[in-house]
Design a protein around this ligand. Structure first.
Ligand code: AHR
Length: 549
């Protein structure tokens, strides 16, 4: 009899109702050691497709509020989510960009071919001054990536002088002639982009030599210390990290690096388009395939199918989430190598390009990488940001690729119309974590099951801001089961809980120009204080923010 009772109690605690799992979550303010840098919430905008041109930067005749040719509706939307930094001009474009072509009277600027992105003619009307004007409007910090692949040491060195020097010099004079009296003081500086690929196909050893040389002539001028970011590894290329850390972590010969820029994209399983809910998980590891990183080159411009952004089965969703969550183990892998050479964690792991990369929308230029953005994107964004928060001892900067109309965008535009994507709303919810103290969390996630595979259904991060308010962000990736949480808040005095939620009926749901409000942030009333416990029901396929005061 006793045994039967025990089994019943265990069942009652473990499964609170059909389709739900119950989890004990501990948020431990007493164990808080690190701050979540706001720079984890950064963004990346390249001269690619309609991100800059016909994105931020529109024709003079477009009837939208503008400053110069910068769209102010976009600026206002991005200001609302307080974007802390913006990485520019690429990407692959950075290593064929010559900054001198993008200054001076616009009608005298030379054109160039954007060979990576559709061979379109770049008219250079958006250059250094325009980018920094955009950053000033956004109140965000610029992150500029210099050209190592096809540029010169002199070119990069002079660009920094142009940007940051206030004394008498040829570059200062030129900047003043071009209308800017005071230097901008650009501090975050990338020494090349993906130099293992589109940035020159270099070995790590060769890149280290290049880095040292370029870095030596990347000078600090009065008032601005450069925070140099080395081109980091592609996904799981741990050898790249090993070589760079071994050679550059010491900081000798002016080579010192502030950070190292890892790139990781989430690819849906290849060739597995949605088929009206049919279709088994693909062969092998049920739809996973080794993540192929980096931009497809001109030579393989016939890009194989990455899977649709909007038309996918649950099996494809599962495999895509599996790829997205791999970033946790990839960060751990790079961090453990970095820690061998930098136990104090002074050098930042920057995740300078991340997000989901799907097939472009049918009917658009395939090299413009324009893709829609569904609830799946929001769940990837929420999960990835939780992972970054929990690794904030090492991950001190990241940039989602790419802000407007490209890859996992925050904003999509069509003529004068704009829509805010589900991903945008996640960044809006998560801004509470900017520069807050990370609070460690402990729990055992229930499984999200697909065939004989499982994934952790729940991921969580928590922080406490300077006024003592605690924020918890939770993502339940399971598309059909909610999760019941019983939460203990160690060393937190609190009286009230409020919440917000982002979800929708289907994981494929999107915002469109006709229906821009399908996915928006809603009030969440699934969290209750019961004694000292915080009880929460996290709906299936949702991102939840709790504010605890
Ligand atoms: O974001 C698109 C491309 O992906 C970038 O130009 C490149 O750095 C990466 O391979």
């Amino acid at each position: 009899m006793k045994k039967i009772l025990l089994v019943l109690i265990v069942l009652a605690v473990g499964i609170s109702s059909f389709g739900q799992s119950s989890v004990a979550l501990v948020v431990d303010a007493g164990a808080s050691k690190y701050t979540i840098s706001r720079h984890i919430y950064g963004h990346f905008s390249e001269h690619l497709g309609r991100c800059i041109y016909d994105g931020y930067w529109v024709s003079e005749s477009m009837p939208v509020p503008k400053q110069d040719r910068i769209r102010l509706d976009i600026v206002e939307a991005l200001k609302k989510i307080q974007i802390p930094n913006l990485r520019w001009p690429g990407g692959c474009f950075a290593d064929e960009y010559h900054w001198r072509d993008g200054i001076g009277p616009r009608n005298q600027r030379p054109t160039m071919i954007n060979t990576n992105w559709g061979n379109v003619t770049e008219d250079n009307s958006f250059g250094t001054h325009e980018f920094l004007e955009l950053c000033e409007l956004l109140k965000t910090e610029p992150v500029i990536v210099g050209n190592v692949g096809s540029g010169s040491v002199e070119e990069m060195s002079k660009w920094i002088e142009y940007l940051n020097y206030d004394g008498i010099s040829p570059m200062t004079n030129m900047r003043k002639q071009n209308g800017r009296e005071k230097p901008w003081g650009v501090s975050f500086w990338g020494i090349g982009n993906e130099n293992w690929g589109c940035g020159g196909n270099m070995t790590p050893e060769y890149y280290v030599t290049q880095y040292k040389q370029y870095s030596t002539f990347a000078k600090n001028y009065p008032g601005t210390t450069l925070r140099k970011i080395a081109s980091g590894a592609n996904s799981t290329n741990y050898q790249w990290t090993e070589v760079l850390m071994q050679s550059l972590a010491g900081g000798g010969g002016r080579g010192g690096m502030w950070g190292m820029d890892l790139h990781y994209y989430t690819r849906p399983p290849r060739g597995n388009r949605g088929q009206g809910g049919q279709g088994a998980p693909p062969a092998g590891a049920q739809g996973t395939r080794p993540a192929v990183q980096g931009a497809p080159t001109q030579q393989n411009a016939q890009v194989p199918s990455q899977g649709s952004a909007t038309d996918f089965t649950e099996a494809t969703y599962f495999a895509t989430m599996q790829n997205a969550l791999r970033i946790d183990e990839i960060i751990k892998g790079h961090d453990s190598i970095m820690t061998k050479y930098d136990a104090q964690k002074r050098i930042a792991l920057v995740v300078g390009e991340w997000g989901i990369w799907t097939d472009p929308e049918p009917g658009t230029n395939p090299r413009f990488l324009y893709q829609q953005n569904s609830l799946r994107d929001a769940l990837i964004a929420g999960s990835t940001l939780n992972i970054f928060n929990n690794h904030c001892d090492r991950v001190k900067m990241a940039q989602l690729a790419q802000t407007i109309n490209v890859l996992q965008a925050l904003i999509l535009t069509e003529g004068t119309k704009i829509i805010l994507t589900p991903t945008y709303h996640v960044f809006d919810m998560y801004k509470v974590h900017h520069d807050a103290r990370m609070l460690p969390v402990k729990f055992t996630s229930p499984d999200y099951v697909m065939g004989n595979q499982t994934l952790p259904a729940l991921n969580v991060s928590a922080s406490q801001d300077s006024s003592g308010v605690v924020h918890i962000t939770l993502v339940n990736i399971d598309p059909s089961k909610s999760i019941t949480l019983s939460t203990t808040l160690n060393q937190v005095k609190w009286a009230t809980v409020t919440g917000e939620v982002l979800t929708s009926a289907k994981i494929t749901d999107i915002n469109t120009f006709d229906k821009p409000g399908t996915l928006v942030i809603a009030k969440f009333d699934g969290a209750k204080k019961q004694g000292d416990l915080l009880n929460v029901v996290v709906p299936s396929k949702s991102v939840v923010l709790l504010t605890i005061k």
